[in-house]
Design a protein around this ligand. Structure first.
Ligand code: 4NP
Length: 159
């Protein structure tokens, strides 16, 4: 079954579009079929393209963010996706607070998927470390794909 994964940050113009694009590229390279999207807990940048310095850092690392446009998380996302991955603890708290009763999606933190001392993916809108955040996102996305592989192996193992 196709896994549906939504990446969430505050503005949906730096971290979560990067997570979406990086995971899409890694999944394509691995021949894995995933439905991926990203959104913001805020509606501050609805309709905007990703932040230009984030687009530039991603392009330098081989990822194209330019087709993406920001949107806000909505109630329907909690059933439309299997997994919603928050970039930091504030995003995760906002997701828990806005989850409808009918929510079925599993909520997780991006750093749950990597062996890293970091708990949050720091916000480069404030730190200005766009390349550093991209590297952390790559590490987490690799861990996420590895975990999906394990899940699939478990699910498809002969009984
Ligand atoms: P993001 O970064 O959550 O990684 O997209 C931000 C982008 C914009 C703002 C804050 C964080 N802002 O305050 O407009």
């Amino acid at each position: 079954m196709t896994q549906r994964i939504l990446f969430v940050c505050l503005g949906n113009i730096c971290r979560s579009p990067s997570a979406e694009a990086v995971t899409r590229a890694l999944a394509a390279a691995a021949g894995r079929d995933l439905t991926l999207d990203s959104a913001g807990t805020s509606g501050w940048h609805i309709g905007d393209p990703p932040h230009p310095p984030m687009v530039a850092a991603a392009r330098a690392a081989g990822y194209d963010l330019s087709p993406l446009r920001a949107r806000q998380v909505g109630a329907a996302d909690f059933t439309a996706f299997d997994l919603i991955v928050a970039m930091d603890r504030d995003n995760l708290a906002a997701l828990h607070a806005s989850a409808p009763e009918a929510a079925t999606a599993r909520l997780a933190l991006m750093t749950d998927f990597a062996e890293t001392a970091a708990t949050d993916v720091p916000d480069p809108y404030y730190t200005q470390d766009f390349a550093g955040v991209l590297r952390l996102i790559e590490t987490c996305a690799e861990g996420l794909l590895a975990q999906l592989d394990q899940t699939q192996t478990t699910q498809t193992a002969p009984r």
